[in-house]
Every structure is written in C-alpha cells, then in structure tokens.
Design a protein around this ligand. Structure first.
Ligand SMILES: [Fe+2]
Length: 219
C-alpha cells in the first residue's frame, strides 16, 4: 500500500515529460524524447526535414539520454525539468536546460503558423516595445548578436513583464527566475544544413512558422 501511494505521488508530482520505467523495483522516473506535433517535413522550407530529423532525433535525443544517465542517485532524480534547470549546475544543468529549451522550441511551431500574436500577449508586446515589428527587430538583433551557441528568449517575470533574454549554451530563462515564452535556438545545429553561416536569415524566416496559439498560452 505504501509503495502504491508513493508511486501515485510520484506520478502526480512529476510533469508529463516523465514516464515510469517498468523494469526496476525503485520508482525511477525517466525523461523521454517529446513527440513532434507535426511531420518532419511540415516546416519546410523554413526548417528542412533533414534539420528536424537531426535536431530532434539526434541532438535532443542525446540530451535526454545524457540526463537519464546523470540524474539517478542525485537529488534531482524525480524533479521536474524546470526545477532541475533552476537549481543544478554542470552537466546536469546543461542537459536539463537543453531538454527544456528544445521541448519549448519544437512545440512553438506549426506549418500553419506565422502572423502576429493576439490577446494579452499582443497587448504586453505592444506595451513593452511599441509594436510587434519593433519587438521582432530587437529579438532578431539579440539572436544574431549572441556570440557562440545559445538561445534568445521572450520571457516574463512574476508580474507578467516581458523581456528579451540571451542565454548562453544550454541555459533557459528559468535559471533567472523568469518564465520562457518564445525561444529561437542559435546553435549552429539548428540552421547550418539549411542556412550555413546565415543565422540572421534563419531567424527572420522562423517567424513564418510560429504557432501563436501555443506561444500565447505560455504567457
Ligand atoms: Fe538545438
């Protein structure tokens, strides 16, 4: 009965990125590769099928495998991703951050995307940057100017105030106590097959596939 209660508690307190292994006595939670909400070729020509297959199937899978190898026996064994990113460092932070980053990244696109945000997110963007176009310009500039590998994010603080943050390598706004809303991956693996060194062109094209319904729900 105690084991059953413990299992239920673990299931309830962990987010949907976890699943339970069935071959161990202990209730070890494991992270899984998220399913894409579209076909691998659905975002072409903005992101090619080959880039999606490498980015999701190889790079993100590697981060998932790494984290699952790193966390058993640590205090993060059954923690949600956001908590791990907020509290860890070193290899655990890098791999957990990249899983969180990519889970948000891949679920913010749609082949029917593009256009502009609406509702409260649109109002907050207008209030902060004057217009959606000004926000886009600042966001693109931040992403193009980020040295090396990393991410540019639209994030909100606890009061709903928006900001653009640059995150080095695998970091995420949750490490600064912020909530990530929209993120562009500026690691070369995100665009090199399709755009080679033309990172700004890739960033400009990404706006055509943003699923503003999905992104708006994060605000
Ligand atoms: Fe990536």
């Amino acid at each position: 009965m105690l084991t059953l209660c413990l299992s239920l508690l673990l299931l309830v307190t962990n987010n949907s990125n976890h699943s339970q292994t069935t071959n161990k006595k202990e209730e070890i939670m494991k992270f899984e590769l998220i399913q894409l909400p579209y076909a691998a070729n659905a975002l072409e020509p903005v992101i090619s099928k080959a880039t999606i297959e490498f980015h999701h199937g190889k790079h993100l899978q590697a981060y998932v495998n790494n984290l699952n190898n790193l966390i058993p026996g640590t205090k993060f064994e059954n923690a949600p991703l956001e908590q791990i990113v907020a509290e860890s460092d070193g290899a655990i932070f890098n791999n957990a951050g990249q899983i969180l980053n990519h889970n948000l990244y891949f679920t913010q696109f749609s082949p029917k995307g593009g256009g502009k945000p609406s509702g409260k997110l649109a109002e907050a963007i207008d209030k902060t940057w004057g217009s959606f176009e000004n926000f886009q310009k600042e966001f693109n500039t931040a992403g193009a100017g980020l040295f090396g590998s990393g991410w540019v994010w639209l994030a909100k603080d606890k009061d709903g105030k928006l900001s653009i943050t640059k995150e080095a390598n695998g970091s995420n706004p949750v490490a600064k106590g912020l909530t990530p809303i929209l993120g562009f991956d500026v690691w070369e693996h995100a665009y090199y097959l399709d755009y080679q060194n033309r990172r700004p062109d890739h960033l400009t094209a990404l706006w055509k596939i943003i699923d503003w319904d999905a992104v708006g729900k994060r605000y």
